[in-house]
Ligand binder design. Sequence first.
Ligand code: SF4
Length: 399
Amino acid sequence: MGHPSVLHLLANPAVTEMLNRTMESGITKADGHKLVAECPTDTLVAAAGRIRDSTRPGAVTYSRKVFINLINLCRDTCTYCTYKKEPGEPMLSLLEPTQVLALAEAGKKYRCTEALFVTGERPEQKYGQARAWLSSLGHSSTVEYIREMSELVIEKTGLLPHTNAGSLTRKEMIILKDSNVSFGAMLETSSERLTGKGMPHEDAPSKNPKVRIKTLESAGELGIPMTTGLLVGIGETQEELVDSLFVIKKLHEKYGNIQEVIMQNFAPKPQTGMAQFPQPSSEYFLRAVAMTRIIMPNMNVQVPPNLNPDIFGRYIDAGINDWGGISPVTIDHVNPEFPWPPIESVKKVTEGRGRRLRARLPVYPEFLKGGFITSGRLLQQISLIADNSGLVRDDYIND
Ligand code: SF4
């Protein structure tokens, strides 16, 4: 790989040697465990930043999106989640086609290019209300309805769908493949320990790492660009954090379809099972972000700016090259407590770190150029809004 050496930054010769070796020729899991345990934060961050400067020297990107909160009933229960709602709750969302279209049209007006469809995990398996609602719309599954709404949005607005509906099966992904440019399924963690009694994923079978990995593998076999990532600070050990990153790395080495890795820090929220669980320190999270870049030098690495509004520029230092989806229209329904900063302020912070901010599509340029999108309808729409580099045309945003 041959990234610039950080030799002079370190006092500990063994860690120095390991980090330089890592930057020259890749990292082993054992090295990752040692680095995360022993390397000073400044050094880890500097190394990650230099690797990013070498592998992803261009702009820092974001996806201008509209968040379509299709149905927020969920079969599972993760003890940190406030997205999931119960029948009768005021924030229950069951969006009808006219509402979906109104959101997409508002997004188009604000020059969004991504229609992010989000649902809970297989709500129809648990809730009669979800089954009745889907049936009234002519469907028996959430996935069928997502497909219909994806097609509606493409046809009427030209926005590009990206679906995050949890642990989709191969068959379900085939249903959605021609109407979505990419899918999202967070690994969250590869630690099965966190599915145990009293742990965050005890009552969330879809968050069993085996299930998530199966989804990511199926997407790999189908050649679907996938967004995945980790939720940092939910009780994993440092070693488990590194192991989780290696799971993603290995999947990408095998299938080549992981388009980005999102790193999110856990934030305790009132009225959840983890309301009293300590938030990971900003240093721990910064180290996790830096390790992501060191372990996956060429990956698109993303940290959403809204979860750490006062310090998000630090993540550029730690090697990220993307801010994820930012909506000028809708709230972040997964983290409604954390409004997105205005795009202008993200631009200012990015430029303050010597980088340009560019809007990207919900499929990254290298996957677009790599032939991952085969639907003529999607390609036609992309050709109207993308420039030669595969990013959103500047004049499309600035009109
Ligand atoms: S995080 Fe996802 S799977 Fe877990 S409870 Fe919330 S909506 Fe359901």
